[in-house]
Design a protein around this ligand. Structure first.
Ligand code: HEC
Length: 102
């Protein structure tokens, strides 16, 4: 009985954690795959005045910006094409990765 309850609790906790937890490791893989670093610099430390730093930026802000770019509200924004192939989950994982950089 006691064991069953402990198992149930563990299951509930892991479900709660897994439900919306963004995956920074997958975010890193996506950043390489989509070549975000070519403009935003290694780990999001921009080396060029034209490109903003992503390292240490707030995760929710990064997701918001990526959604905005994907919507193509601003024509000809360089980021529109970058955000186009990203799913919401990709955006959250990328945001988790960049926000975790110092
Ligand atoms: C070809 C160069 C280029 C690439 C590649 C690129 N970006 Fe950008 N990014 C920009 C530019 C330029 C801006 C500034 C646009 C603006 O704010 O209007 C920007 C802005 C952003 C912002 C908003 C930052 C802020 O402080 O408001 C985020 C978030 C972002 N990029 C994420 C990404 C991610 C994630 C990737 C990879 C999927 C990526 N970018 C790939 C050029 C690039």
């Amino acid at each position: 009985m006691r064991r069953t309850r402990a198992f149930g609790l563990t299951l509930m906790l892991s479900l709660a954690a897994g439900a919306s937890a963004a995956d920074a490791e997958n975010g890193q893989a996506l950043a390489w795959q989509h070549r975000c670093m070519t403009c935003h610099g290694p780990e999001g430390h921009s080396q060029d005045d034209r490109y903003p730093h992503l390292a240490g930026q707030k995760a929710a802000y990064i997701v918001d910006r990526l959604k905005y770019f994907k919507a193509e509200t601003e024509h000809f924004n360089q980021m529109n094409g970058q955000a186009r192939p990203l799913s919401i989950e990709d955006m959250e994982d990328l945001a988790a990765y960049f926000s975790a950089q110092r």
